[in-house]
Design a protein around this ligand. Structure first.
Ligand code: WQD
Length: 351
């Protein structure tokens, strides 16, 4: 009888959010024990019910704010996670321009609180092991890239406070590792996460008017919105509309499992792009979604959105090399799964 592989606890800050909740599923399926830390500021308590239906067991929830350092430290001491995945934070680019201090406080303050709590627990007496962290970064740290596809050595810059916070947290992690080499850190630069778990029980559920393309498209298709505004049709791209690297949220979730395994098994830190390596235009997405859903998506071509770049897509070869991970799901899969979620939940979790 082989010794049962212990189910290692993993703490997910913001684990009830869009990407966090899908990562809970991937971690559970990989034999880990996910523990969710969330204050539901950017997520819905109903996610726990949906996760219970998908997993057959209810994930552990620690309800509270990542900014509350004593709370975070108590959670770390209680669960002694083998690793931590840091999702918690605000992520709307436009809102960050209007409310920069909210973003610096929540995103930078939350990261500092978590890192200080981890330092106290993992570098102190009765440590559960080496401090091991996966950080949710973003392709937004590349600013307006000089060319595509983008590799991890491209220069970083920021065009908005949200992207600035991601860039600063990456630099904080570099400094922490230099000060204490026992830290094991995986920085994941997401491209454009879209889609939903195949069950249709979980998905993207932005508050208010969606900033991002896919949830706006699904809300038009389900009748919540009149029509899509296509921001710009005069970019230097094949059809004039913006080109992005859309990646299925379950591929992204599985990328987090691969990142965690690499840190736990090899102990070397890394920074990688999590994208498919393929760019699709706005009109490509609209056409793919109409085919997947059988619904028309009326749209109008309007002015460019300030701050948008023409093209942004990844060279994902480093993630393949270091993590043995690559995205598997197609744009069609992303659209089919996004539609299954939205058509089954026209008003999201609140509905
Ligand atoms: C995609 C394309 C728009 C909405 C942002 C953040 C990034 C990450 C993902 C957090 C662009 C066009 C969009 C609409 C449109 N978020 N569009 N009409 O801007 O690439 O990235 O979200 O990590 O950090 O910067 O994503 O989905 O907003 O836009 O025409 O109603 O769709 O112009 O070409 P973006 P997006």
């Amino acid at each position: 009888m082989t010794q049962e592989q212990p189910t290692l606890p993993i703490l997910l800050t913001g684990g009830a959010g869009y990407i966090g909740s899908h990562t809970v599923v991937a971690l559970h399926e990989a034999g880990f024990k996910p523990v969710i830390l969330d204050n539901f500021a950017n997520s819905h308590p109903a996610v726990l019910d949906r996760l219970e239906r998908i997993l057959g067991t209810r994930p552990v929830l620690e309800q509270g704010d990542v900014l509350d350092r004593p709370f975070v430290e108590a959670v770390l001491r209680r669960h002694r996670p083998a690793g931590v995945i840091h999702f918690a934070g605000d992520k709307a680019v436009g809102e960050s321009v209007a409310q920069p201090l909210k973003y610096f406080h929540h995103n930078l303050g939350g990261a500092i609180s978590l890192l200080q709590a981890m330092e106290a627990v993992y570098l102190g007496p009765q440590s559960p092991g080496a401090p091991t962290l996966v950080f949710s970064s973003s392709a937004t740290v590349y600013g307006d890239p000089a060319r595509v596809p983008i590799t991890e050595d491209f220069p970083r810059s920021h065009t908005n406070p949200y992207g600035h916070t991601k860039l600063v947290i990456e630099d904080m992690l570099t400094a922490v590792k230099q000060a204490q080499p026992s830290w094991r850190v995986g920085i994941l630069r997401y491209f454009n996460p879209v889609g939903s778990h195949a069950s249709g029980l979980m998905g993207e559920d932005p508050a208010g008017i969606p900033n991002n393309l896919m949830p706006y498209v699904t809300q038009v298709a389900v009748g919540q919105r009149q029509q899509l505004s296509v921001f710009g049709s005069d970019y230097a791209t094949p059809d004039g509309t913006g080109v992005r690297d859309y990646i299925h949220v379950m591929d992204l979730a599985e990328g987090h499992v691969a990142a965690l395994r690499t840190l736990l098994e090899r102990g070397e830190s890394f920074t990688v792009n999590l994208g498919t390596g393929r760019g699709y235009s706005v009109l490509d997405v609209v056409r793919a979604f109409e085919q997947a859903s059988g619904r028309k998506v009326p749209y109008q071509l309007v002015e460019r959105r300030p701050g948008d770049v023409a093209q942004c897509y990844a060279d994902p070869s480093l993630a393949k090399k270091l993590l043995g991970w690559e995205a598997k799901r197609s744009l069609q899969d992303m659209c089919v799964d996004a539609w299954r979620w939205q058509s089954a939940n026209p008003k999201g979790y609140a509905g």
